[in-house]
Design a protein around this ligand. Structure first.
Ligand code: FPP
Length: 244
């Protein structure tokens, strides 16, 4: 039987997704190990999460580790796993205090047991948060998620976009389907999607920011949001006719 997906109303506000790129370059430019860039990247995550609700963001999805990142040297992947573990252990109490619901999306079968335990504790403790839904993508691949969701679909005839979004949530361990992404930001100057939220970004506005992720500030996010606000979203329709 295919899974029943509980639907919970998300916090009101925009869904912003961020590809946090540039940690490695930030470190290399300073002659530091790449992991130092990731550590400073975690500090940037704190600042952005704290600022998000006041910027009108209800759901924030951060790309922390793609399934293709396993191709990196063991030292870096193991260091990142330690960093995620430390982050979840350290930040959960603050999330509870600030009404932040924390979920991790992606595959779970390749994560170290201590990270899995920290995810379970964080998700349980923060489940009541209604100010911001913070989703951290770890071992995430949009194409793999779509494949897993397709495999869950029992009868293709019954599939609709909403139903598929539900299966996609289930396939990534998300607690419920989320609204489509409104704004996708990629830091670090490069301009690609890197297998992130391919279904959910169907009509996302894209903003590519030059700053390396550890340097990205709430003011930079505000700039990206201002750019977003200046765009006209037509969702395939036509622009409204000018008032006579
Ligand atoms: C991409 O930059 C970034 C990553 C693969 C890791 C992202 C991790 C963090 C921001 C820190 C921890 C996150 C949380 C949620 C606690 P890159 O290393 O590919 O940068 P480069 O393109 O300059 O090499």
């Amino acid at each position: 039987m295919s899974p029943t997906i509980p639907s919970t109303s998300p916090p009101p506000g925009l869904h912003v997704a961020i590809i946090m790129d540039g940690n490695g370059r930030w470190a290399v430019r300073r002659g530091s190990p790449r992991l130092e860039g990731h550590r400073r990247g975690a500090d940037a995550v704190d600042r952005i999460v704290e600022a998000a609700p006041d910027l009108g963001i209800g759901t924030l999805t951060l790309y922390a580790f793609s399934s293709d990142n396993w191709r990196r040297p063991l030292e870096e992947t193991a260091g990142l796993m330690q960093l995620f573990h430390a982050y979840l252990r350290k930040e959960t109490a603050r999330c509870v205090q600030n009404g932040v619901r924390l979920s991790v999306i992606g595959r779970r079968d390749r994560l170290p047991p201590e990270v899995l335990a920290a995810i379970a504790d964080s998700e349980r403790s923060t489940a009541g948060g209604r100010t911001l839904h913070l989703r951290i993508a770890i071992d995430y691949s949009a194409r793999d998620a779509i494949l897993r969701a397709a495999a869950l679909a029992e009868a293709r005839d019954e599939l609709s976009r909403d139903r598929f979004a539900g299966l996609l949530a289930h396939a990534t361990h998300a607690p419920h389907p989320v609204a489509d992404v409104d704004l996708l930001v990629r830091t670090g100057g490069e301009q690609r999607l890197s297998d992130f939220l391919l279904w959910e970004c169907a009509y996302a506005e894209l903003v590519f920011a030059p700053q390396l992720w550890p340097d990205f500030t709430p003011a930079d996010l505000q700039t990206a949001l201002s750019e977003f606000q200046s765009r006209q979203r037509r969702f395939g329709g036509l622009a409204p006719a000018p008032a006579a």
